[in-house]
Write a new protein. Structure first.
Length: 208
């Protein structure tokens, strides 16, 4: 059947004016981003993605499960880990670092997801000797007024390889650390302790 132009135009007008003819329904993903009723969903999703990005690249919360870092940290203390600084600078002496278990600990049953926290006492190239209740680095005794007690064990002397650090717990005689399992590869470091936020009475950034 042939339809003249004026007839086609009239049919188009009828279609537009006919309320029984509905416009195609928007796909769900367009409605999610455009409809006002999904404002809360969009806000929550955006906040979640931002939090996920921050946690994976910048900072993340951690808590203390043991007394290996006592008295600097007590069981239940919560703190933020700075994950950016490890990208822009190498670990420094006295940094308190959170790290993944190195290979030697993985071989002893620890999982990659397990995390440790210890204090860096020496970096690559340093010579360490623990004796007579003191930790000596390059022949100089470390000043450690933050430890629970002086070490009652002997270690070394030994030199920390480049790309590694030596880490000890502040609770020297109750810590599973480098004096037991060896040096820590720098690439195992997740980040360094930035600020303790719980409990509020111990809020602060001074860890030594």
């Amino acid at each position: 059947m042939n339809i003249f132009p004026e007839q086609q135009e009239q049919q188009d007008l009828e279609l537009k004016d006919n309320p029984s003819v509905q416009e195609p329904k928007k796909p769900w993903y367009k409605r999610l981003f455009e409809d006002d009723q999904f404002d809360d969903v969009r806000t929550f999703t955006f906040a979640f993605l931002v939090a996920l990005f921050v946690r994976s690249t910048m900072v993340e919360p951690r808590y203390i499960p043991s007394l290996s870092m006592y008295p600097t940290f007590e069981v239940g203390d919560q703190f933020l880990v700075d994950k950016l600084s490890r990208i822009v600078r190498p670990p420094h002496e006295n940094d308190i670092v959170v790290f993944e278990p190195p290979t030697v600990l993985r071989e002893r049953g620890y999982k990659k997801s397990d995390a440790f926290i210890k204090r860096v006492v020496a970096v690559g190239g340093d010579r360490v000797y623990i004796h007579n209740g003191r930790v000596e680095v390059n022949g100089i005794p470390r000043e450690e007024n933050f430890v629970n007690e002086n070490p009652n064990y002997e270690w070394g002397p030994g030199t920390v390889p480049e790309g590694y650090v030596m880490v000890l717990g502040d609770n020297r005689n109750n810590s599973y650390d480098s004096h037991v399992w060896g040096f820590l590869p720098e690439h195992n470091i997740i980040g360094r302790a930035l600020v303790r936020y719980w409990p509020p009475t111990r809020f602060g950034t001074t860890f030594f």
